[in-house]
Design a protein around this ligand. Structure first.
Ligand code: PLP
Length: 450
């Protein structure tokens, strides 16, 4: 492919003048400008000046099959030439959307056999919350509306998903949130379960759940929503017994379980789905990101046979959906992406490379400012603390995140740098040698800053 040339300075000036970035410190961006990426191949991306970086965050946890797969471009072109858009409202459908729903019914465990599509994770979680409430409404229990979630959860920024999200920074400045969202303790043993065995910690979280249900009244609760492994909130890997124990309590009280597999779905944790790591079967699943490896936007919701039967038992319109629910081009790209993911069994490399990264990065725990290194498959975090004994964090004025961001980029790696440390989620195709580049970059950037 011909290498294009870009006017980097002009692009940066135009971006600062006209592009209002999401999830960005706009004050800082005005002063520093964006990093403009123009090309990608495998785990590598290039900026407008030709510098190469290892994409240690796979875009936004989503480029699972890696950059530069021509087959996905072909799938999009073929579908656009056939018919670019067909709605899924009012009884219409197109072949890729139908085929994708059927393929997902085969892939997801248990009775998750019915799928509705969206354009991303937040829309999927909005849809799941509304399906849960609507299910109970149809069942003659309209008072079942409350949603249980966890602190440190990230479910997206649309108003319902935002209310289930358990990171207060996402709420500040955006006015009142709808009532009925209750946040429980995250299964974050490093901070909330110190000195306890896994069993004791799980027992404590289960007790909190039961007490909350008893206090609120199970007849007012529609569903519990959670990520199998909490991602954006801080890569919180639960103890193995956590999900089966939580699911058992929910079953006892007839509360639906929604698993948010937006990050964990499609191989990232080392199995095709995160739920398979923990042997837990949800009633509703949400997904996005890895379903198309980010080549085009697509998300969706899967529901159990029982929920689908209930929805279809009412002779009325299900008054929910988005213009782009089941976009044929996005679904065609998803099908080709799944072909690659399955043919290359990429979850196996996620397990092997993730285990290697975790083992090597664990060595950083010897450093005085590394509190804990943890991860599951290719979701990893090096948690940085000011004081190891007290686990005190660096104060906001230290600007740990921006400092680490600048240092990692200087070192040629793109990772997510937060007030908690460095988060990694590379493409599932990453090789051993590329893992070493990532490890060396992280280790060196930490030394640069701390
Ligand atoms: N759920 C989880 C677990 C996520 O990590 C994200 C995004 O990172 C979302 C939902 C929201 O997805 P989107 O940004 O596509 O709306």
């Amino acid at each position: 492919m011909q290498v294009e040339t870009w006017n980097a300075a002009e692009l940066v000036a135009k971006d600062i003048a006209h592009h209002l970035h999401p999830l960005t410190n706009l004050y800082q961006l005005r002063r520093e400008g964006p990093l403009v990426l123009v090309r990608g191949e495998g785990v590598w991306v290039w900026d407008a000046e030709g510098k190469r970086y290892l994409d240690g965050f796979a875009g936004l946890w989503n480029v699972n099959i890696g950059h530069g797969r021509r087959e996905l471009a072909e799938a999009a072109r073929e579908q656009m030439e056939r018919v670019a858009f067909v709605p899924t409202f009012f009884g219409l459908a197109s072949p890729p959307t139908i085929e994708l729903a059927a393929r997902l019914a085969e892939l997801f465990p248990g009775p998750l056999d019915h799928f509705q599509f969206t354009s991303g994770g937040a829309e999927s979680n909005e849809t799941a919350i509304k399906i849960a409430r609507y299910y109970w409404w149809l069942k003659g229990q309209p008072e079942r509306v409350k949603i249980l979630s966890r602190r440190m959860a990230y479910h997206g920024i649309a108003m319902g998903a935002l209310s289930a999200t358990g990171v207060p920074a996402y709420w500040e400045g955006f006015g009142p949130r709808p009532p009925g969202f209750i946040h429980l303790t995250a299964p974050y043993k490093y901070r909330f379960g110190e000195g306890l065995t896994d069993e004791e910690f799980v027992a404590r979280l289960v007790q909190e759940l039961e007490e909350t249900i008893e206090r609120e009244g199970s007849e007012t609760i529609a569903a519990f929503i959670g990520e199998p492994v909490q991602g954006a909130g801080g890569v919180v890997v639960p103890p193995d017994g956590y999900w089966p124990a939580i699911a058992a309590v929910l079953r006892k009280y007839g509360i639906l379980l929604i698993l948010d597999e937006v990050i964990t779905g499609f191989g990232r944790t080392g199995t095709l789905f995160g739920m398979q790591q923990y042997g837990v079967q949800p009633d509703i699943v949400t997904f996005a990101k890895g379903i198309t490896s980010g080549y085009v936007p697509l998300g969706g919701v899967g529901v159990s046979d029982e929920i689908a039967e209930t929805l279809a038992s009412a002779d009325r319109v299900f008054m929910h959906g988005f213009t782009y629910s089941g976009h044929p081009v996005a679904c065609a790209v998803a099908l080709r992406n799944l072909d690659i993911l399955l043919a290359e069994r990429l979850w196996e490399n996620a397990a092997a490379s993730g285990a290697y990264l975790l083992q090597e990065l664990k060595r950083l725990e010897e450093r005085p400012y590394v509190g804990e290194v943890r991860g599951k498959g290719l979701m990893l975090l090096v948690e940085v603390v000011r004081d190891k004994a007290s686990k005190e964090k660096f104060p906001p004025e230290f600007k740990l995140g921006p400092k680490l961001e600048a240092a990692t980029r200087r070192r040629g790696i793109i990772v997510r740098c937060t007030p908690d440390g460095i988060v990694m989620a590379p493409p599932l195709t990453i090789s051993r040698a590329e893992c070493d580049v990532l490890i060396e970059g992280v280790a060196a950037a930490l030394s640069d800053v701390l």
